[in-house]
Structures are given as C-alpha cells and as structure tokens.
Design a protein around this ligand. Structure first.
Ligand code: MRU
Length: 342
C-alpha cells in the first residue's frame, strides 16, 4: 500500500481520503492545522497511529503559520492549535502522545520560532518514518505466532491505512506472507463506518492478501466452524487493565475465548497508557446518524429514533492472549512489568 499520509516538498500534509474508499483512491492536501484537525474528526484519516502522525504534521503546519509572531503570542497560538487537534477524537492515545512529543520541542526552543518550525517539521517526518519501522517490527514479532495455512480474523482496519504504512494488526500477516507462509484474512465488516469491509478488504485486495469479509454478527459462528486460527486486532489505547479498540472488539474477544482461539492485540508502544485504568478513558461517541443511515445514504431507523454510537469498546486483559509490540510478544502481565513506569 502507498503511504496513507505524508509531508510534501511544498510544506503541505497529503493524505488518502479514506471516506471515499474502496470506490475512489483520492488524495487531500492541507496547508493549515485547522483542516488537518477537521480531517481527523470526520475520519478522512483514521486509525490511532495515522491520526498521531496527522496530529504531529498539523502542529508542524501551525508553526509555519505562526512563526513570525513574537514569542509569547507564538506560544499562545500554538497552545490553541494543540487544543484544536487534541479535541478531535478522544480515545486514541497516539493523538495525545504525538502532540505532547511535538510540544516538548516547542518548550525547548521558545526563542527562535523560525528554527523551531524547521525542527517540528523534521520531527513530524521522523515520527512518520518511525511508525513504519515500528510496524515492521510488530510484523516480525507477530509473524512468529502464525503458522503456514493460518486464517487470521481481524476487526476494523488496523492495516496500512490506519498507520503511515504496513499496519499493526495486519503487520504479522504481511510479515508471515513475506516469509513464505500462506496466510488468509477474515475481515469483520465493522459497523457503522465499515472500516473492515471498505478498508481492510481494500488494502488486502490491493496487496494480493487473500481476504473474505463477513458481517459483524457472523464472527462467532465462523470461529465455531473452525474457520479461524487466530484473531489479531489493533488498539487505540492500552491501559493497565484493558485494551480499547473499535466497537465490537469485545464481542470478538469473548467469542475467541469461548472457542479457544488465541486473541492477540498489535500495539505500538505509542498506544500504551499504562498509568491509566479504564475509568480514566473517554470513549468517543459519534453522531447518531452514523448508525441510523448506512454510510450517510440509506436511513434504516424510523424517523425520530436516536441511536447510541460508541466508537470504541473495552476488552479486559483476561480475554487477551498476547500483546504484540515492536519489542516482542507479551502477556498482559509481562507487558505491565516491561513498560509500566518505564
Ligand atoms: O475509528 P477508527 O477507524 O479510527 O478506529 C480504528 C481502530 O479501532 C483501529 O483498530 C485502531 O486505531 C488501531 S489502528 C492500527
């Protein structure tokens, strides 16, 4: 897959418009942080690592816009920009992690906004490259869990499109195939935004990875019928007790447990928030219309009935067989031991 986001030579942020896939592969270009923030909110770009990089690049655009201001005004404006970006989507750790990482540079060089802008632009590009490297290592580590002939069920899209490139949950699949193993994917369609049907199926098909799409309600039966060897999902935030991921992940984890199928979570360390517990996390609630209208087009709920639209759910650690990071594969207990307070 081509990168989902990149910084252009003429200082713009270029991204795939994921709302148009699978029908159209179109790119958007933005020259200001407000448009980048909107693109995160309306999900032109989505997936925790990808929105982290978009946030960093949005901050870089803000430094360009404000670099001629006196120092105090510059900092004030950058604080506003950081808040605008932070207020787009509340659940993915990566968004906050990325803004904080850029903020550390802003704090260090408050006297020279011109040089600072160059540093922030450079840092956002380093973060984009790091994302790809991290995903490749997740792939290598996760591939050790996959055997020739395995079918991997995944939920939502935690592939190349959800990152800069290569993906997290799909990284072990890609790496195992690169190693010569025959692996196929089952993608849950993932109501209401259909990231599995539209995006996971698109990128697997694009990269010639065998894929079947199922309705979300089928995953239990498909596991019971023995058609799934492993489940691998991505995550938006890992706290000290649970994994937050796309709504529906918890039900997949329950079905996997009941059918003795290993349930793995691919998590770059930028997604770890191990000082938090489930109570600390805001689960994003999106507009009712995402559920009542299929892709904004066909209304499937009677007029006047409101829908509840939680975007993410919580999978307790007891349902998680292993967490795959760029450093290795860990049980939840091992993960806490390795990364908590580190
Ligand atoms: O609402 P989305 O499409 O941003 O949700 C994406 C997911 O839930 C992914 O599984 C998660 O961000 C991990 S992406 C590598």
């Amino acid at each position: 897959m081509i990168p989902s986001i990149e910084w252009t030579k003429d200082n713009k942020v270029k991204m795939i418009d994921q709302t148009l896939l699978p029908h159209e592969l179109k790119f958007l270009e933005f020259d200001n942080f407000r448009d980048v923030a909107t693109s995160i909110k309306v999900m032109n770009i989505r997936g925790a690592p990808a929105i982290g990089v978009a946030a960093a690049m949005g901050m870089a655009l803000a430094t360009i816009e404000y670099k001629d201001l006196p120092k105090e005004r510059f900092i004030e404006k950058m604080e506003d920009a950081a808040n605008t970006i932070r207020n787009t989507r509340p659940t993915a750790s990566n968004l906050f992690w990325a803004v904080n990482r850029i903020w550390k540079i802003i704090e260090t060089y408050p006297d020279n906004p011109h040089g600072l802008s160059d540093l922030v632009i450079e840092e956002s590009q380093i973060m984009a490259q790091e994302d790809i490297n991290v995903n490749k290592n997740i792939g290598k580590n996760g591939a050790t869990l996959l055997e020739d002939g395995d079918t991997v069920l995944t939920h939502c899209n935690a592939g190349s499109l959800a990152t800069v490139q290569y993906g997290t949950a799909l990284a072990p699949v890609r790496a195992a195939i690169e190693e010569g193993k025959k692996i196929s994917v089952i993608a849950d369609e993932t109501r209401p935004r259909l990231q599995g049907a539209r995006l996971t199926a698109y990128e697997c098909h694009y990269d010639k990875i065998p894929v079947n799409v199922i309705s979300d309600t089928s995953s239990g039966l498909i596991m019971m019928l023995g058609k799934v060897n492993k489940v691998i999902v991505g995550t938006d935030r890992v706290t000290s007790d649970a994994v937050f991921n796309k709504i529906g992940t918890y039900l997949v984890a329950l079905a996997a447990k009941d059918n003795n199928i290993p349930f793995y979570v691919a998590a770059p360390t930028s997604t770890l928030s191990l000082d938090e517990t489930v109570e600390d996390v805001t689960i994003e609630q999106r507009d009712s219309s995402e559920v009542s209208m299929v892709l904004g087009k066909v209304q499937i709920v009677p007029d006047g009935v409101e829908c509840l639209n939680y975007a993410f759910d919580i999978t307790p650690f007891r349902l998680v067989s292993g967490i795959i990071t760029e450093d290795g594969v860990f049980t939840p207990e091992e993960l806490l031991k390795k990364y908590k307070n580190s």
